[in-house]
Design a protein around this ligand. Structure first.
Ligand code: RIB
Length: 288
């Protein structure tokens, strides 16, 4: 099953602390790590660990961070032949983990170079995909171009609208699936979530944190509960969810069953620190 991910690639600089600092305050941290991340890269690695044949389309800098993230893709069997090394620094996410939550400041860097010409250059790879996944840490124009291209060519596209893009509803309607959380759904549609789900049956899959996932099947609202597990760090859980949903749906599972599989995969990710270290491999999920 072939997955193409078009999106962001970052290096995550993660610090753990007892609490978030106040404005102007200096705090001692508990620990710090440098980990491969970026919503696109996380989704690519998660899909590859779940057995998909994955190609990543994106940009990194010609710098030390770029080398780290490229090596990480190779170690996770993600095809890097469509990743460009550009004259901008690799994207960096500064992540603080505290109070059972996280905060992230993203410096887009090379991700801003993923313009429509990059997508156009790799049209052959996109046309060969069973499913394409994208998110919103690359320029909006590129996402709109990709949505149009996938719609015109009947390619299944999962659009994870995070961070919330300023995108017109006509574009959103063209994606096969949208996977917003509750905040993103309100920001995108300025309506209550339930009416939006009803308006986009079998298309909008709303993640609802520890409460699970909701969508409308055309007749009724369907709620798929999440797995109750001890949470260490939620960073990357949404990325695992998107990748696992795409892998399962791409393998012809029904929407509800693909969501259950994605919830299980995401429940593994939250049990470890960092986005990628705790992402499960397929064997861990099929044993359950
Ligand atoms: O979704 C988690 C990701 O968001 C992190 O890996 C970080 O890079 C930010 O982009």
């Amino acid at each position: 099953m072939k997955v193409v991910v078009v999106g962001s690639i970052n290096l995550d600089l993660v610090v753990q602390a007892d609490r978030f600092p106040k404005v102007g305050e200096t705090l001692f941290g508990l620990d710090s790590q440098m980990l491969p991340g970026g919503k696109g890269a996380n989704q690519a690695v998660a899909a590859a660990r779940l057995g998909a044949d994955v190609t990543m389309i994106g940009c990194v800098g010609k710098d030390a961070y770029g080398e780290i993230v490229l090596k990480n893709f190779q170690e996770n069997q993600v095809d890097t032949s469509c990743i460009k090394q550009v004259a901008a620094p690799t994207g960096v996410a500064y992540i603080t983990i505290a109070e059972n939550d996280n905060s992230i400041i993203l410096v887009q860097g090379a991700n801003a170079c993923v313009d429509r010409s990059v997508v156009a250059e790799y049209k052959t790879q996109i046309l060969a995909a069973d499913i394409v996944i994208t998110q919103c840490e690359i320029p909006l124009d590129t996402i709109e171009y990709l949505i149009d291209f996938c719609a015109e060519n009947n390619i299944c596209l999962v659009l994870n609208p995070a961070p919330t893009p300023e995108i017109a509803p006509e574009y959103l309607a063209k994606a096969t699936f949208l996977t917003p959380n509750e905040i993103e759904i309100n920001q995108l549609f300025q309506q209550d979530a339930q009416s939006v789900l009803q308006e986009y049956p079998n298309q909008i899959i709303m993640t609802y944190g520890s409460k699970g996932v909701r969508y409308h099947d055309g007749e009724k609202l369907v709620e798929v509960p999440s797995y109750k597990v001890p949470v260490v760090d939620t960073t990357g859980a949404g990325d695992t969810f998107n990748a696992a949903f795409a892998v399962a749906y791409g393998q012809n599972q029904e929407i509800e069953s693909a969501i259950k599989f994605a919830n299980l995969a995401a429940s593994k990710t939250v049990q470890g620190l960092g986005a990628q270290p705790a992402m499960p491999r397929i064997a861990e999920l099929t044993e359950e």
